[in-house]
Design a protein around this ligand. Structure first.
Ligand code: ATP
Ligand code: MG
Length: 713
């Protein structure tokens, strides 16, 4: 291994610097992870450090495996024994060895989310909690928040003043007692218990800090307080090397703090900082547009990257007339890459801001037989809430028994296995479907009071939906609201599941518009049957689909970033609490997305209306911020300008004109007495469609009504 050939001078310096702690701050694709990998190889091969004395902490298991493979590729067997893992697996190792000091057996059980839920159910039952407005999910959230903020059950009890808070604190205490008694640890416990162990047992700290003489942490810009403190213990007697890019901090929303990398030299003694400024990943064009973008953030450490790579192709921005057309464009481009350029699917990734956005893309990929794999989640039509929602539609269409059984107790209506059996028996006696038997012979069936009430309400909602003359997508939403499904998700803070449900509404609306002759649920269900029967297995060669958060640290030759619409990306939710810092974090996320691409970057969006963000879709400002020179616009230009749209949400000084307006144009800014600021989306004779901010969304209004005024800015 000739390191000088494999690394540039700054990288070489970083890889071989052993006189003190080291901090590498550098932009995307500058070789930070590569330096860590070669540094480990250097330590083993050139310096003679035993692999067991080297630790590298990565952000995900996938990243850990990749780094391990790389090091083994360079050194072969010599590399065996190096610890390369996530902080959670590191803590498991420590705890397996010293659990007894905390009063746990060595074979303690690690709880996953499902285990947590079932334990919580038990505790809820013991405490009769279900009627007190606290849900299982919110309780799990609460405990996790307490733990990450180092709040013990005792402290939580003292802090609680409202009755509901007191109940929560009590359950938290019982949860802690139960898990301890049964030797169980949840994910937060793995970190916290290790921290406790280190705090109370200096001999354990001695052992581990001497075990690891060289400690490396990748993606250090995204560590939180507990992780930071743990790393401090692990690195107490060693040389610590931290690596990160402040422009890629994308987890502040759950406690990561960029200041840990920025102030690292103040907290550790004798720190050398190396900046890397050459990008080896991307073409010059991709790099330049990414730099143009991130430069818009005001709160950042100025640092620009250069590359020796050629300019390469322009970044393509494709604005489609509809979601389906956007997906079609992506799939066709992928087919062309494969057929004409011989590109492997494995070299292609499709990234998006939120998981619900995969739906239209998956549909087209399936239609065209392009193999794909979703990382960090399930395929859209395999997601639980989508299966539930479709069961409601199926029940509506033909009283299907399987559909009924799936949703009979979702949300809970007191319908257990025994009750279902009774309903089935009745259905059999009368030769009817279960739902029909319930409608006609409810009195024959042995039902508890709760089940009877719940099922009557269900029948009521179903029959109202059948009578409704609204548009199918609205019937769908009304039904899910009326049966309490949306309320259940809302209570459980399942925002992304609600987004998926609204995306299904989008899908229904689109189908109905495109098939006016068969605009009914039966045909819709037939149409999507192809997608609902897909299993999770995939071929060897596949296109990777994932959220941008999952794509951190990865690279692909061809990258598509889909769904680049205002309110979707930047996400309106992310900017709710603090507009400016939220927007900057969204921009960092866009920077992460765009810098994953090596050869070509495709940015796509579509026009129309989104039921998820409840707004008309306008091209994201992030596309505009790339500048015009390096971006090739394909597809249909947007009906109105992003700038205008952005102003509606942000403008400070504006003048309000008079009413009686006759000459509305698409893109005009308006202010409405009741709905506030908005944008004209369509002009239809004496009516205009106006898009207002959430919660109002789209409204059709009389164009000359006095409540509607022009906004000059
Ligand atoms: N000196 C070099 N010579 C050749 N290739 C290099 C060199 N440095 C980095 N690379 C390559 O550039 C790509 C990006 O490197 P790497 O993933 O380490 O960057 P990074 O700084 O960790 O990026 P990110 O911020 O996205 O995590 C990799 O394919 C890597 O092998
Ligand atoms: Mg990296």
């Amino acid at each position: 291994m000739n390191l000088k050939e494999l690394l540039n001078p700054q990288q070489y310096e970083a890889a071989t610097y052993l006189d003190g702690h080291l901090r590498i701050i550098a932009g995307a694709g500058s070789g930070k992870t590569r330096v860590v990998t070669y540094r480990i190889a250097y330590l083993i091969e050139n310096v003679g450090i035993a692999p067991r004395n080297i630790l590298a902490i990565t952000f995900t298991n996938k990243a850990a495996n990749e780094m391990k493979e790389r090091v083994e590729h360079i050194l072969g067997e010599e590399a065996y024994g190096t610890t390369i893992c996530t902080i959670h697996s590191l803590c498991v190792r420590v705890l397996r060895r010293h659990a007894s000091l905390l009063g746990y057996p060595h074979n303690f059980i690690i709880m996953d989310e499902e285990d947590q839920k079932s334990l919580m159910k038990k505790l809820f039952k013991n405490n009769n909690v279900s009627d007190k407005g606290i849900t299982i999910k919110s309780m799990i959230h609460y405990i996790s928040a307490c733990k990450t903020n180092l709040i013990t059950p005792e402290k939580a009890t003292n802090l609680a003043s409202l009755p509901a808070e007191k109940v929560k604190a009590k359950i938290y205490l019982e949860y802690e007692n139960y898990t301890k008694e049964h030797a169980m640890m949840d994910f937060d416990d793995l970190l916290l218990n290790t921290l406790c162990l280190f705090q109370d047992h200096t001999e354990v700290v001695e052992l581990w800090s001497h075990r690891y003489q060289y400690v490396h942490v990748d993606e250090f810009q995204d560590v939180g307080e507990i992780e930071y403190r743990l790393i401090k213990y692990f690195g107490k007697a060693s040389i610590v090397c931290v690596v990160g890019d402040p422009d890629q901090t994308i987890y502040s929303f759950r406690g990561s703090d960029v200041n840990y990398i920025l102030n690292f030299d103040q907290d550790y003694e004798n720190v050398k900082t190396v900046f890397l400024n050459q990008n080896y990943r991307s073409t010059k064009t991709i790099l330049d547009v990414s730099n143009n973008l991130i430069r818009r953030n005001k709160h950042r450490l100025e640092k620009d990257l250069f590359t020796d790579h050629e300019a390469g192709d322009k970044v393509v921005h494709y604005s489609a007339v509809s979601e389906a057309a956007e997906a079609e464009y992506i799939a066709n481009t992928i087919m062309n890459l494969e057929n004409e350029d011989g590109v492997n699917f494995k070299d292609i990734a499709i990234l998006y801001r939120a998981n619900y956005l995969s739906r239209p893309i998956e549909q087209v990929l399936i239609q065209k037989g392009i193999p794909y794999k979703i990382f960090g989640g399930l395929k859209f039509f395999n997601r639980k809430e989508i299966k539930d929602a479709l069961s409601y539609i199926r029940l509506l269409v033909d009283n299907d028994d399987l559909a009924f059984e799936r949703i009979a107790n979702v949300p809970t209506r007191g319908v257990g296995a025994k009750t279902l059996e009774n309903i089935q028996a009745c259905a059999l006696r009368h030769g009817l479907n279960e739902y029909e038997a319930l409608c006609f012979y409810m009195d024959e069936i042995n039902l508890t009071g709760k089940a009877k009430k719940g099922l009557k309400a269900l029948i009521n909602s179903m029959e109202n939906a059948r009578l409704s003359d609204k548009a199918p997508e609205q019937i769908f939403e009304d039904l899910l609201r009326s049966v309490g499904y949306i309320e259940m998700l809302t209570k459980d803070h399942e925002e992304s599941r609600i987004d998926n449900i609204m995306e299904l509404k989008n899908s229904i609306a689109t189908y109905m518009q495109e098939h006016p002759d068969t605009a009914n649920f039966e045909s819709y269900l037939q149409d999507i049957a192809l997608y609902t029967t897909q299993d999770e297995e995939t071929d060897e060669d596949y296109v990777s689909l994932m959220s941008i958060h999952m794509a951190k640290g990865l690279e692909f030759s061809y990258v598509f970033v889909a769904g680049l619409s205002e309110n979707i990306f930047p996400s309106i939710h992310a900017m709710e609490d603090n507009h400016e810092s939220g927007l900057e974090e969204e921009r960092r996320l866009a920077y992460v997305a765009f810098t994953r691409a090596k050869k070509r970057l495709y940015l796509t969006d579509s026009q129309g209306y989104s039921y998820v963000s409840q707004s008309p879709k306008v091209t994201s400002r992030f596309v505009q911020e790339l500048g015009t020179k390096l971006v090739e616009n394909a597809g249909r230009p947007s009906a109105f300008k992003t700038d205008h749209y952005v102003k509606v949400h942000e403008s400070a000084d504006e003048q309000i004109g008079d009413n009686k307006e006759e000459n509305w144009k698409v893109g005009d800014l308006v202010v409405h007495d009741v709905f506030g600021k908005g944008v004209i989306v369509a002009v239809k004779g004496n009516y205009v469609d106006v898009a207002f901010s959430v919660p109002h969304g789209m409204k059709t209004l009389m164009s000359r009504h006095k409540a509607l005024k022009r906004l000059h800015s």
